[in-house]
Ligand binder design. Structure first.
Ligand SMILES: *Cc1c(COP(=O)(O)O)cnc(C)c1O
Ligand SMILES: [Zn+2]
Length: 425
């Protein structure tokens, strides 16, 4: 075996085909650990650069291009891939000027097949579900995990089951789950409770859980870092900035960066800044309190993808903050929506949670943590089409508690050329 499961707390190991999501000895989170020397193949920049532009599976995927770092032992014929990843890295002077840095790169994960980075974790998670012979897969979701899982489950011929909140789910995401044919259950409970419910129900019915508590998800999400760093010609930026909800991405980024350093793909460790909405900021509070006595919060924010009060990957995120000398910042819903309007108005667009990255860079420059001359990689996690209600509400100035700072009003005219001419004069 080239890979095993290992507890992050007590280091207990389990075979890679175990259907468990926590250590049976101590309850700790599990890592997938690979033996990078096992294949006899040396992992180098040239290995991955040589696969760029590949037409054939599995290397045409922006996840499986890095197969040696993601899941070396898996048989390529068993991989369930929608050629995810391969997302663009934008150098954005206008957004950089808004945030107050000279060099800002935006890694647009909203360009994945279902419109969010979740596809990178779902290709590995569903591949593992198939390898385990599972028939049914399930997740609790604020929307994007369900959209992605529903797609990959359908594509692989599995039944997807989605536990959704009965309120505040973005229209684009809800529509995707239904359209891809998943069994969707709206439950009168928030995300954090749904997370508990999906685990209990799945345990009883032998269903495979595909939330980011599943360590195979995180192995796929590591490729955001692999691909972004490859696009930066393997030169590590000073900062990597990303939103934090369930903290799966933050955790995956830490593991990815450490592994890249270990095999020599990069030669220094960037710092990670995790950004939370101030109404859904349990990690921020915990960070400020020196990681003593974690307390969940009742989450409230317009950025529904990060409306999470009790993140399942907390311990892995804390480890990541240690590895990367990272920090945590919070931003308001108004700062999020103003940053979104700037990203949208620059022509590329993103969903509210994604704009946390840019709002966070701006705040961290303002408070001196990020220097204007630092090179910053900010991750845009989801597509602009996911949450049209938030976008239109902002520009119509109809969002409670938010005064739009970059409003684009819709003009109104009668069927009258002179009126239209005067509007455009
Ligand atoms: C899932 C998601 C997040 C939060 O990621 P975590 O890994 O849960 O911290 C942020 N933005 C978008 C668009 C998402 O879909
Ligand atoms: Zn353990």
């Amino acid at each position: 075996m080239t890979s095993i499961l290992q507890c992050i707390d007590c280091a207990q190991q389990y075979p890679i085909h175990s259907v468990i999501y926590a250590c049976q000895a101590c309850g700790g989170l599990l890592d997938v650990k690979h033996d990078f020397d096992a294949g006899g193949l040396k992992i180098t920049r040239e290995l991955f650069d040589g696969r760029l532009g590949a037409f054939a599976a599995p290397y045409n995927s922006g996840v499986w291009r890095y197969k040696e770092l993601v899941y070396p032992g898996i048989d390529a014929s068993g991989i369930v891939s929608r050629m995810e990843g391969n997302t663009n890295l934008y150098a954005m002077p206008r957004v950089a000027a808004f945030a107050g840095v000279e060099n800002l790169f935006l890694k647009h994960e909203g360009e994945n097949p279902t419109g969010s980075f979740k596809d990178r974790g779902m290709t590995t998670g569903v591949t593992q579900a198939k390898a385990l012979g599972m028939q049914r897969v399930a997740c609790a979701s604020t929307g994007n995990t369900s959209a992605s899982m529903a797609s990959y489950a359908a594509y692989a011929g599995l039944q997807g089951i989605v536990f959704l909140q009965d309120q505040q789910i973005a229209m684009g995401k809800l529509a995707q789950g239904i359209a891809y044919g998943a069994t969707c259950i709206q439950i009168k409970a928030d995300f954090d409770r749904n997370m508990e419910l999906v685990q209990q129900v799945s345990q009883r019915l032998g269903i495979y859980v595909l939330n980011s508590i599943n360590p195979f998800r995180l192995e796929g999400q590591k490729s955001i870092m692999f691909e972004a760093l490859q696009q930066l010609r393997w030169q590590a930026p000073d900062w990597i900035v990303a939103p934090g909800g369930n903290l799966g991405n933050s955790s995956a980024f830490g593991k990815a960066l450490l592994e890249m350093l270990e095999v020599g793909l990069i030669d220094r460790m960037p710092r990670l800044a995790i950004i939370q909405a101030d109404g859904a900021n349990p990690l921020y509070r915990h960070f400020r309190a020196g990681f003593r006595n974690f307390e969940p919060v009742n989450a409230r924010t317009i950025a529904t993808a990060i409306k999470i009060g009790n993140p399942v990957n907390l311990q892995k995120a804390i480890r990541t903050l240690e590895w990367t000398n990272g920090l945590v910042e919070e931003v308001s819903d108004e700062q999020i929506m103003d940053a979104k309007a700037v990203v949208d108005g620059a022509g590329i667009g993103c969903e509210p949670a994604s704009a946390c990255s840019v709002a966070g860079v701006k705040k961290l420059v303002a408070n001196g943590a990020i220097k204007p001359g630092d090179t910053v990689l900010a991750v845009l996690t989801g597509n602009i089409l996911k949450d049209p209600e938030a976008t239109i509400g902002y520009h119509a100035d109809q969002l409670a508690g938010i005064t739009p700072g970059a409003r684009n009003r819709i003009l109104q005219a009668d069927d009258d050329i002179d009126q239209i001419l005067s509007l455009l004069a």
